[in-house]
Design a protein around this ligand. Structure first.
Ligand code: 6CS
Length: 316
């Protein structure tokens, strides 16, 4: 059989590297009984459309980033909030690979007929603009593009910006035509989508980690033969271990590439500057809780507790 795997990113991206690694393992383990057909971004549609294709069974596997998915699965909107995940990336690394995290979100995905297979780290978010973005004042009236869910806008509204939801494929042209003033993404994405060509300044603010999720159709997953499910589950486990290094490497090399190729100013926020944003971001947690009710409250509480436990373990 052939399984279709749809990506929200183009060839050469973190998602592409992940998909290729998963494909290699599944095809090898199954001795070619399962083949994976990878569809990089562009051919099948926007992130929201990819999620629909999974839900209606047209594709088997897809990436679904919380910033887009949150209108459908409000609980994952927690990943659009700023300054929630740990500062210490070794803790984030463990968190994102932990089965407990997946269990926490299993039901919200299942209620929309999706099986949550993995969370995938893609690196710290950075801001691009034609100026440095050092303080919330710099965001006053600033037209920033966000991913396509209502909660994704709130992080920037809290800084005083004017957010608008735009599909990934449209960001470059909207920047070029100056319909928007800036956007936020991990460094590797800023390079491969050429955003740096139409923006002068990269502000390394590290407000949040970009986290994506891999999904399948719930009924499809449940109807897999036992060995098929095992090949998939084992491959997911293996790839979870290399996902962190993949993004780290791509984010580092792409920054070098941009600096060599373009006149890009890089501004790194100090701890004190980040602290001002952290404080401004706190009320957005309440907006998230209002919109997700009891289930969001439970997720936020467990997530913060999970982080604390991992942090304590790391300090031992
Ligand atoms: O900004 C976005 O919409 C996209 N950014 C990345 C890094 N991956 C997928 C997502 O759709």
């Amino acid at each position: 059989v052939t399984w279709r795997f749809a990506l929200e990113e183009i060839e050469g991206s973190v998602q592409h590297a992940y998909a290729e690694a998963l494909k290699e393992r599944i095809e090898e383990r199954s001795d070619g009984r399962i083949l994976i057909d990878v569809f990089p971004y562009g051919s099948l549609g926007t992130s929201t459309q990819l999620t629909e294709l999974v839900r209606n069974g047209s594709v088997n596997l897809a990436f679904a980033s919380p910033g887009h998915l949150a209108d459908k699965v409000p609980e994952v909107g927690i990943f659009t909030l700023h300054f929630v995940l740990p500062e210490d990336t070794s803790v984030t690394r463990q968190l994102l690979a932990s089965p407990e995290l997946i269990t926490l979100f299993e039901q919200p995905y299942a209620s929309q007929n999706m099986k949550l297979l993995a969370f995938v780290p893609e690196g710290w978010m950075a801001w691009t603009a034609d100026k440095a973005l050092r303080t919330p004042e710099d965001f006053q009236g600033f037209r920033i593009r966000t991913m396509t869910s209502d909660i994704a806008e709130e992080a920037y509204r809290a800084y005083g910006a004017e957010p608008s939801q735009i599909p990934y494929s449209q960001v470059y042209s909207d920047l070029q035509l100056q319909k928007i003033d800036g956007q936020s993404n991990p460094v590797f994405a800023i390079e491969e989508m050429d955003f740096y060509e139409v923006q002068s300044t990269l502000t390394v603010a590290r407000p949040a980690q970009f986290v994506s999720s891999v999904i399948s159709n719930l009924e499809w997953y449940n109807s897999l033969q036992e060995n098929q499910q095992q090949w998939l589950d084992n491959a997911l486990k293996d790839v979870a271990e290399i996902a962190w290094e993949t993004q780290e490497e791509l984010n580092q090399t792409r920054l070098q590439k941009m600096l060599e190729e373009a006149q890009l100013s890089v501004v790194r926020l100090t701890d004190a500057e980040r602290e001002v944003f952290r404080e401004a971001s706190m009320p957005v947690r309440d907006i998230y809780l209002e919109r997700t009710g009891e289930s969001g409250q439970q997720i936020m509480g467990t997530l913060l507790q999970l982080i604390k436990t991992l942090e304590a373990k790391n300090q031992e």
